[in-house]
Structures are given as C-alpha cells and as structure tokens.
Write a new protein. Sequence first.
Length: 228
Amino acid sequence: MGAAREFEGESLEAALEAASAALGIAVDDLQYEMVEQGRKGVFGLGARQVRIKVSPVDGPPSAPDPQEADETDEPAESSGSPDPRAFQESLERMLHLMGLELRVKVSASGQSLRAALSGRDRRMLVEKDGQLLESLNFVLNRMARRKWPGVSRIQVQCDGQRDRRDDELIERVREVAARVARTGKPTELEPLNPYERRLAHITVREFPELDSHSEGDGFEKKITITKK
C-alpha cells in the first residue's frame, strides 16, 4: 500500500469509511492510529475533523471468509498476562495529546484491562451520549490486537458510563436470545459497533443451543441470533 496516508471525517466512523473507500480495504482490516480527535466548535468556528493515519499492510487484502469475519468481532484468545503499567502509560499519553486533563487508574482481571478516568475534563467524555468515550474504547481495543497481545478486552469508563451502557446492551441481547431459544425464530439485532458486537457475541454464548454471526459492511454491523 506504500507510505502511510491520512484521512479525515466528521467522526471516527466517517474517517474510517473514507479510508476504506480510497484503499479498497474493509474497515475492520484497516491498521490506523488517531492523529486528531476532532471537535465540533461553536457555531462552526474552531471546528476540527477527526483525522487518522492508515499504516501500510503486507500484501493485498483478501476477501474474508464469512465465518472468520464473525470471529474477528469476538475477543481473541491469547496467552500471557496483560501489562497494566504499559497500557496506562500509553493511555495517559493519548489523553495528553488530546488535550484532556484526566487521571487514569488501571485494573486487570484475567486478560481484560479496565481504565477508570477522573478529573475536570471527564464531562467531555460523556457528552452526546458518550461518543468520545465510545471512540476511545474502539481505538484502544483495535490497538490491543498488536500493541498488547496479552489483552483480550479493554474497557474505559468514566463515572459509571461504560458499565451502565454495557449492562443495558447485555440485558437486551439476553432478552432476544431467550426469545430465539423459545421460538426457534432467527432474530436480528440493531447495528452495533465492534466493541458492542463483542459483548453481544459473548452474551449469546450463555445459551448453548444458540449461535450468532455478524452481517453487513462498515463500522457498524448487525448480529443475527439463530438456533444451532
């Protein structure tokens, strides 16, 4: 693909879609880093778009197998223990570059890492239904695949925002899964981002007689729950 290229958009999703269209690579296969988080500005003044840098990949992208595409939404199995200190240092640097004054407290549970953010800029993370916090979680979980191979899941929360939204999604998926198990009728969930899809897949695993797979292209995909 050559040298790294930068792409912009009004949101992270838009920037990823622009890169995907220009490079002919599926969004989930892009290797990128956040260059600028972006901001709305006031009455259009001082607005900045989200900017990402897409890194070269080795060889041309191949069409993913449908079954493999589903598996990429789930946490990867990995041996070894995560390093909370290395993750905390990286997250603190990211927040500093974003111009946010926040304190970071990281805890580990198995192969998962949880970061609790506090400080005067915490409200910025949960504005507009937590869009900035959602983007931060997405970027960190994508980074974890290569930068922290011992980590299967990263969860960043602020004032309980992440926990509340996770609980709501898990409960909704359980209700749908129970209905599918009872009626045998396949049911499709609403479009979900990669982080939410991982939670949905894990929740469906609570029902041994059910299966789940992702459908669609782009940042958000739908999950269909079926009987095995």
